[in-house]
Design a protein around this ligand. Structure first.
Ligand SMILES: [Zn+2]
Length: 268
C-alpha cells in the first residue's frame, strides 16, 4: 500500500455465515459511497471472539475474507487484515482449547489467565506462527495489523502489569543471578525509591520479550508475503511506556526488510 498518501480505511469483520454475500456486496457499495479506499478485514472479533481458534476454524473465516478481498480488489479497494488478537485482550470467561498446551500469563499476585498465553510460551508462538502464515498466504494483504493486545498489561482479570509465570521468573532470575520466588521478586520490584536491580531486570525483560515477539511476527509475515507491511495499534502509549516499551526498536522490528513504520493510534 502507498503510505505516502492518506487512506480512508474501513475496519470490519464479515462472519462466515449465510449472510456473507449480502454483507460483502453492502460493504463494496458502502466503500464506494463513502470514499473508503482500504478495508481492514477482521476475524474472530469482539462478540464473535472464540479465543485462540483452531486452524480448521480459521479456514472458515479465511474462505469468506478471500471472497470479500476479491470483490473489493475488483473495485480498486485495497485490503489489509487484522486478526484482532495476538495473545488476546482479556479472558472474558474463555479458556484455551483442550489441545492447546499454552503457558498462561500470570499476574504479580499469582493469578493465571485462562485464555491469554504468556508471550514466551513456545507452544503458543508455534501455533500463532502457523495461524499468521496461513492468513497471510491466503489473503496476501497490503498490511498485517497487530492489535493493541500486544502488551503485558491490561489483560483482565489479571491485575497490574507484566507476566510472572515460571518462564518469566526463570528469565528474571537468570538476568539477576538469583533464585527468587515470585513473591520475593515482586516485593523487591515494588520497593519504593529509585530503580533497583530487580526493577531494571523486569523492565529489560519486558523490552526484550516484546521486541523479540514483534520481530518474530514480522518475520513470519514477510516469509510468505515479502511486500506486506506489518503495522500496530498503539492505544495507551503512556501505559506501554510504563512497561518499558522500546518504541524505536519495536518499529524497526515491524518494518524490517523495507517495510513502512505504521502506527494506528487510539483516537479516544
Ligand atoms: Zn510469562
Amino acid at each position: 500500500m502507498d503510505y505516502s498518501v492518506y487512506h480512508n480505511c474501513l475496519r470490519i469483520q464479515i462472519t462466515p455465515d449465510e449472510w456473507q454475500d449480502e454483507r460483502i456486496e453492502a460493504i463494496c457499495k458502502h466503500c464506494a459511497e463513502y470514499g473508503f479506499d482500504n478495508v481492514m478485514l477482521m476475524l474472530n472479533l469482539e462478540e464473535f471472539h472464540c479465543g485462540h481458534i483452531s486452524i480448521e476454524e480459521e479456514k472458515k473465516w479465511i474462505a469468506v475474507l478471500k471472497k470479500a478481498a476479491a470483490a473489493l480488489r475488483e473495485k480498486g479497494i485495497t485490503v489489509s487484515v487484522n486478526n484482532w488478537i495476538e495473545m488476546g485482550h482479556a479472558d472474558r470467561g474463555r479458556q484455551f482449547a483442550a489441545d492447546q498446551q499454552f503457558t498462561p500469563m500470570v499476574d504479580p499476585y499469582g493469578r493465571a489467565a485462562t485464555a491469554v498465553p504468556c508471550p514466551l510460551c513456545k507452544n503458543w508462538r508455534a501455533y500463532f506462527a502457523e495461524y499468521v502464515t496461513l492468513l497471510c498466504k491466503e489473503l496476501e494483504p497490503d498490511t498485517y495489523w497487530i492489535e493493541d493486545d500486544f502488551r503485558l498489561m491490561n489483560h483482565a482479570p489479571l491485575r497490574s502489569a507484566g507476566c510472572f509465570c515460571d518462564l518469566h521468573m526463570a528469565d528474571y532470575n537468570k538476568r539477576l543471578g538469583t533464585s527468587y520466588t515470585r513473591e520475593e521478586f515482586v516485593k523487591k520490584l515494588l520497593t519504593l525509591g529509585p530503580c533497583n536491580r530487580e526493577r531494571r531486570a523486569w523492565l529489560d525483560s519486558n523490552r526484550d520479550v516484546m521486541v523479540g515477539l514483534a520481530d518474530e511476527i514480522a518475520k513470519t509475515v514477510k516469509k510468505v508475503c515479502p511486500n506486506t507491511d506489518v503495522a500496530i495499534m498503539t492505544s495507551g502509549p503512556e501505559q506501554h511506556c510504563m512497561e518499558a516499551r522500546d518504541w524505536p526498536a519495536l518499529f524497526e522490528a515491524l518494518s524490517q526488510d523495507g517495510g513502512h513504520k505504521i502506527n494506528r493510534i487510539h483516537l479516544p
